[in-house]
Design a protein around this ligand. Structure first.
Ligand code: IDP
Ligand code: MG
Length: 321
């Protein structure tokens, strides 16, 4: 289980939503867990954290399950309890990971799972240069103790009660570092390219010029551009990740209803930057001054598309250029 509720108390905004190279740290951590040999991945969010849910995006389709902490402000224990309750009662162990360790990889989680499977101990925790850290894997027999945690207590309380059961697995401190202070996020901003689509609603409404100006004014350079009319088949293919979503048919019909303008945008951190410039998928939730707030009609007819990460940017650019 991945705990993301309550992240960011010391940050200016919810920490798990902050993007590094175009991907939220929540999605990075959940993706790494999904790639590990863990049987199920449960993400615990603060009650009502819809942005957290949408940051997970396609990961939900790939099996990441979202639950909400039992109390909005009790502290760590409410998240642990919700996560424990959500995992299958028959699971051999419960791995507790934190969303603010976005650099851990599937292999790191697997190292803990392997040590646990080999009988190293009933509690297996990560160690960084000899210091105890997270993630921590608890055998199923600690379920009740984890469910009894209250307030700001975390798994640490249970670890301290069972010193004889505890085993450490050394992980690379560079990958285990957490993001606790705003300075931790000062990673270098690399030059990137992203794919933009000005959607049929905006073209039909005569907003193409305004949106392109908006993009250039935001410091993004248009390095390739084409107007075209997507066939329903091409629209289906482009949005294939959403094929199970209830809005898929409508989206395909909309995207093939008239001409679109596809372009490649370049700039520092272009992927995340363009997502910010576009605003939230639903214009009602988009920040003032964003393209979607200014030009979108509704959650479907939302004026523009922008790639959501480095891999999708690469794929989407190759799709059109
Ligand atoms: P994004 O465009 O902000 O990345 P996605 O979740 O990837 O948003 O969804 C792709 C597109 O599908 C959206 O831009 C929008 O046109 C459409 N869409 C998303 N959610 C809904 C919905 O709830 N109802 C109708 N259409 C939706
Ligand atoms: Mg998307």
């Amino acid at each position: 289980m991945l705990l993301a509720a309550g992240s960011g108390r010391r940050m200016r905004r919810a920490k798990h939503l902050i993007q590094i190279e175009g991907r939220s740290i929540l999605s990075r951590a959940a993706g790494a867990l999904l790639g590990s040999s863990a049987e199920e991945v449960v993400v615990v969010l603060a009650p009502g954290d819809r942005e957290g849910v949408s940051a997970l995006g396609a990961l939900e389709l790939r099996g990441v399950r979202v639950v909400f902490a039992e109390s909005p402000d009790e502290g760590r224990a409410a998240s642990v309890r919700a996560g424990v309750r959500a995992t299958a009662p028959g699971a051999a162990g419960l791995l507790i990971a934190l969303a603010d360790q976005p650099f851990l990889e599937a292999a790191d989680f697997d190292a803990l799972i392997r040590a646990f499977g080999a009988g190293a101990g009933g509690i297996v925790h990560a160690a960084y240069a000899g210091e105890r850290g997270t993630p921590v894997l608890f055998a199923a027999r600690y379920r009740e103790e984890l469910l009894a945690l209250r307030g700001r207590e975390g798994g640490r309380v249970v670890i301290l009660r069972h010193p004889g059961e505890v085993c450490a697995v050394a992980l690379d401190p560079a990958r285990g570092r957490d993001l606790d202070r705003p300075e931790d996020l000062l990673v270098s901003r690399s030059m990137q390219r992203t794919l933009s689509i000005i959607k049929p609603d905006a073209i039909a409404a005569g907003k193409l010029g305004g949106i392109l100006q908006h993009i250039e004014d935001a410091g993004l350079r248009i390095v390739a551009m084409r107007m075209l009319h997507l066939t329903p088949e091409r629209a289906q293919e482009f949005y294939a990740v959403h094929r199970e979503r209830p809005f898929y048919q409508g989206l395909v019909a909309f995207m093939s209803s008239g001409p679109v303008v596809v372009s490649v945008l370049e700039g520092p951190d272009a992927i995340a930057h363009y997502r910010t410039v576009m605003g939230a998928t639903n214009p009602e939730e988009a920040e003032a001054g964003t393209i979607r707030k200014l030009y979108a009609t509704d959650v479907e007819r939302n004026a523009c598309h922008g790639s959501d990460g480095p891999e999708t940017a690469q794929e989407e650019i190759a799709f059109f250029f």
